[in-house]
Design a protein around this ligand. Sequence first.
Ligand code: FEO
Length: 400
Amino acid sequence: MRPVEIKPGVYWVGVNDRFTQLFEGFWPIGQEGISYNAYLLKDEKNVLIDLAKSIKTDEFFEQIEEIIPISDINYVVINHLEPDHTGIITILRKIAPQAEIIVSEKGATLLKAFYHIDHKVRVVKDQEELRIGKKILRFYSTPFVHWPETMMTYEVTEKVLFSCDGFGGYGALRGAIFDDECTEKDFYLREMLRYYTNIVATFSRSVLKAIEKLSTVPIEMVAPSHGLIWRKEPSLVVNLYKRWAEYAFSPAEKGVSLLYGSMYGNTEKVMSSVLKGISQASLPVEVFNVAETHVSYILASLWKNRGVIIGAPTYEGSLFPPMAQVLEMASLKHVQFKTAAIFGSYGWSGGASKRAREIVLPLKWDIVDVFDFNGGPTEEDLKRAEAFGFDLAQKILTQP
Ligand code: FEO
């Protein structure tokens, strides 16, 4: 892509990644892609804010050279050391040795650990300012959005927040880079939620602290390092991140995620009756086969819905393994404050619902019903399943 002037003297110089299949080696982005947005500020001193993963380095540096010679970069601000934003720093150091790297104190430690760089490094403190000509940069320490060293950089005169991972999302840019130019905003908002739950959600308390810290800062444009730049509605993404962060500490939206796994169709058959009950109560529901769906997508649903139904058979005296893996991930990501119910088929010993309860025990889930049935469901079982779905949905709908 070509550089884009997003404000006078401020250029987007990012790259799209449609090659990486698994972000962080784990989260699928093969279909959706991701962008690594970097920004070049041209003034008396020229500043590059954030970099990119070590892909498309030619394209990245060609973009800069359309604006200034690489040798004219004075500062490189590294808001966050994760290699999706810093992978090309070793090459940059070789071709722009004059550039001073600006990081937080913890950032300097990680810069040395990851890249063995410790010279021409300037450490900045929370809310320290750096005048680069007419423009002024102010650095806000925002630890754990996403790593402990993370900061955001605010340009005072143009009121642009370079927020790095914060307010970012999956999804390669599809031509448009601004919210008001984009005709596929639903795609980006959906992928932003998935990104939030996969990458940031564990640190929701830190997200709320960062948003509170920035609440008095006049922000005209949110320029994250992943996804769209928000200039028409910068408050939209700040408010979305705030809402999602609050779901870590209180019930989320009135909807239910139905997770199921089935070895020979018995649990699946009962699930159909459970769904009938939910639909009779008119509660929104999202259905996932845990054996076939990557947990990345399931997490997004679990995070935003306050209801969870776990439908899985007993497997070797315990829980169907793909379901156990999903619940363990929910536990790792602190998916809390859910209203839940469990059902599933057992052949002789049972054990699925007991194990499911054990995994989610620390998560403050209110388990309102458990329905274990033996082998293939009877007509009575199917009626019980319908009531099971209806009752859970009603309980959620009547919550405050
Ligand atoms: Fe986009 Fe935490 O890196």
